[in-house]
Write a protein that binds this ligand. Structure first.
Ligand code: FAD
Length: 315
């Protein structure tokens, strides 16, 4: 059995693996796709101390760093069920935690770190995939500066959409917010702030139907005005899709405490509601989903797991 078994091979999982392995304890990492969201990222300019890199380079570096240590890396393996340990009346575990894979295999461990990340909800309209990373963006903190002085749209009028619009308004020439409903779901204070900005326009009852481009990059989008049923076109250089970040926790429902949004509830040491089970990164309730934050949380969860192991008898 493992002492620490990590599920997820993004920045959080990789960082947890390095920290756990450096304690000299038996460490395993199961990942559906090693690298996680980083593998889909074009340019990374906010990973402090590395001025600029790209996703594939960072994934290769993560893998090299993890494999520098004695870590069992099980790539292309998906977890489908967590079987928590039973505990006796004083909280001592009476058996090991098990992670069941899609292949049917069951991995046993004294502690588990969940780092299965999240995925951006997509619009599912023509052009979105084609121009992903070529004008279609999901992270204003990451890609906002690439659109300096240009016209962009933000899709979604919830808190993340309106926050993105306010953030981008300071960088770009103009921001158009498109909201499907006839009201904005964002907090009133954010809506007021966005409305006070001269270079932000908010359009409600707008159903985005297509991302348009010149074959190389985005040049606009089409939407239907739901009030009049008229088709409209806006010329733009970029589109920020802000209609939700979905945590990869479908496989954990019912076994562990999740927030309303489906995120794993963690405390500052990465503890979850289950003894011996820790979580880190975008899959958790941690605010702000970024590489550097996921890595910090992954190392914290590994140290939390180590703390737990030295205090808990081997079942
Ligand atoms: P993830 O990176 O999502 O990794 C999750 C891991 O879990 C993956 O290995 C996945 O395959 C695995 N997994 C999921 N489910 C299972 C399962 N059931 N069984 C086994 N494995 C599973 N952040 C920045 O700081 N700077 C940027 O420039 C930046 N740009 C971005 C650009 C794009 C296009 C995207 C999508 C995100 C960007 N981000 C950026 C955000 C950043 O990538 C994430 O915050 C970060 O990757 C989160 O790390 P994580 O380890 O928590 O999760």
């Amino acid at each position: 059995p493992y002492e620490v078994l990590i599920v997820g091979g993004g920045p959080a999982g990789a960082s947890a693996a390095v920290y756990a392995a450096r304690k000299g304890i038996r460490t395993g990492i199961v990942a559906e796709r090693f690298g996680g969201q980083v593998a889909d990222t074009m340019s990374i300019e906010n990973f402090i101390s590395v001025k600029e890199t790209d996703g594939p380079k960072m994934v290769a570096n993560l893998e090299q760093h993890v494999l520098q240590y004695d870590v069992d890396l099980m790539n292309s393996q998906k977890a489908r069920k967590l079987h928590p340990a039973s505990v006796d009346t004083d909280g001592t575990p009476t058996n090991l935690i098990e992670v069941e894979l899609e292949s049917g295999a069951r991995l046993k461990s004294r502690s588990v770190i969940l780092a299965t990340g999240a995925r951006w909800r997509e619009m599912n309209v023509p052009g979105e995939q084609e121009y992903r990373g070529r004008g279609v963006a999901y992270c204003p903190h990451c890609d906002g500066p690439l659109f300096k002085g240009k016209r962009v749209a933000v899709i979604g009028g919830g808190n993340s959409g309106i926050e993105a619009a306010i953030d981008l308004a300071g960088l770009v020439e103009h921001v158009t917010v498109l909201e499907f409903a006839d009201t904005l779901r964002a907090d009133e204070v954010l809506v007021r702030k966005a409305k006070s900005l001269k270079n932000v326009t908010i359009i409600k009852e707008a159903m985005t139907t297509e991302v348009t481009g010149d074959g190389k990059r985005v040049n606009g989008l089409n939407y239907i005005d739901r009030a009049t049923q008229e088709a409209q076109h806006i010329e733009l250089a970029g589109i920020f899709v802000q209609i939700g970040l979905v945590p990869n926790t479908e496989w954990l429902k019912g076994d562990i405490e999740l927030s309303e949004r489906g995120e794993i509830v963690v405390d500052t040491k990465g503890h979850t509601s289950l003894p011996g089970v820790f979580a880190a990164g975008d899959v958790t309730t941690v605010p702000y989903k970024q590489i550097i934050i996921a890595m910090g949380a992954g190392s914290g969860a590994a140290l939390g797991a180590f703390d737990h192991l030295i205090r808990t008898p081997v079942p």
